[in-house]
Design a protein around this ligand. Structure first.
Ligand code: FE2
Ligand code: FE2
Length: 370
């Protein structure tokens, strides 16, 4: 079988701007010359910018799991979300998925969307495995919200795949940081809906799906383009998705990983390792990877290669799978312009903060371990 280059793959899949197709799905050489920029997002134009003080604060909600049959447990979460936003005053709100539970109902989604969309702050949602039976409908709905930043790049598996530049405080359009969202799909058995490589042909693979090669090709193309346009210097980057990479559990098991936070369950991380972590290492831009999905874990880890692997704090009050009573809230991540480190802490429902740390000071000592 003839090998296709990554660049041809991107053009053929519509991930390059202006990549007109020839029969067979391959862009012509002439078309490539016209405009070969890689598409960062389904929405034109960046809107995020560092504040005048050089800070940019992200509020990560995760695993709200609104349960319509338990409104007495789920409804207080709506006030929680409003309170987190009011206290932290973030520049970007990210929900890392599992918005709903198993009812797959749009009214439950609307309950969680409302306090986020009404905050008047840019936000996006990266879908979780519990969302996926309804995510096309929810994606259409969320795109009607004026502050939504999540618009999928066409041609790659899943919906919540996009990259958002954060522009410099002093003005200009050259990214000072990048935020990536990947759609970590569903359990493997259901992910054939997004990529035929999954499950229809491999029903024997249990557990969570993995970030696909097409998504990784897209990340690499965006990363290389961004680095090239930054004079060859990788731009500090942060990625958000629902299901942890295999490296999250490997890091926990690895003797020399510095860990802050709690771990009360084994990770339901991706079943197969498709190589995103290695690709991030190779591209030298990724500072932190942030996920949700594992409700009873809220750790930040400095793995041996320096990329911080970070879990969110479960936001859901509903008790779905959560074994940390009275432990629900959100994670806050504060970026500093020009630096390859971040401050992060957990904001709990009762207003307390815990596990505050500067990632730059969290360096694994390979001689003394944790
Ligand atoms: Fe969840
Ligand atoms: Fe999940």
């Amino acid at each position: 079988m003839k090998k296709i280059s990554r660049r041809d793959f991107l053009a053929a899949s519509g991930m390059m701007a202006g990549a007109a197709m020839l029969p067979g799905g391959v862009a012509s050489a002439a078309d490539k010359k016209k405009d070969d920029r890689v598409v960062l997002s389904g929405k034109a134009g960046p809107t995020l910018r560092f504040r005048a003080d050089g800070k940019f604060k992200i509020l990560q909600l995760t695993d709200t799991h609104y349960i319509s049959s338990k409104p007495e447990l789920s409804d207080p979460m709506i006030d929680d979300i409003r309170r987190y936003i009011e206290i932290e005053k973030p520049d970007l709100i990210i929900h890392t998925g599992d918005i709903i539970y198993t009812d797959y109902d749009i009214p439950s989604f609307e309950k969680i969307l409302k306090p986020i969309a009404e905050a008047g702050i840019p936000f996006f949602i990266t879908w979780g495995n519990h969302d996926h039976d309804f995510s096309p409908e929810m994606q259409k709905r969320v795109e009607k919200e004026p502050m939504n930043e999540g618009f999928p790049v066409p041609g790659i598996p899943g919906l919540s795949n996009f990259a958002l530049p954060i522009l410099p405080s002093a003005g200009g359009n050259k990214p000072a940081a990048m935020v990536y969202s990947f759609d970590s799909l569903d359990v493997a058995a259901n992910s054939y809906k997004f990529d035929p490589q999954f499950s229809a042909e491999r029903p024997e693979i249990p557990g969570s799906a993995w970030i696909t090669r097409e998504q990784i090709h897209w990340y690499e193309a965006v990363s290389e383009q961004t680095t090239r346009e930054n004079g060859g210097v990788p731009v500090p980057s942060y990625s958000f998705f629902h299901i942890a990479l295999p490296e999250f559990s490997e890091a926990y098991d690895y003797r020399w990983t510095r860990i802050i936070g709690e771990h009360y369950e084994s990770s339901g991380r991706a079943q197969l390792n498709s190589g995103l972590y290695v690709s991030m290492l190779d591209h030298k831009d990724m500072v932190g990877v942030f996920c949700g999905h594992d409700h009873d874990i809220n750790m930040i880890m400095d793995y041996k290669h320096g990329i911080k692997l970070v879990y969110g704090q479960v936001t859901g009050r509903s008790g779905a799978y959560c074994h940390l009573p009275e432990s629900y809230g959100c994670r806050v991540i504060e970026l500093t312009e020009g630096e390859r480190e971040f401050d992060t802490w957990i904001r709990l429902y009762n207003g307390d903060t815990e596990y505050r740390v500067n990632s730059g000071k969290m360096v694994t000592d390979t001689h003394s371990g944790r």
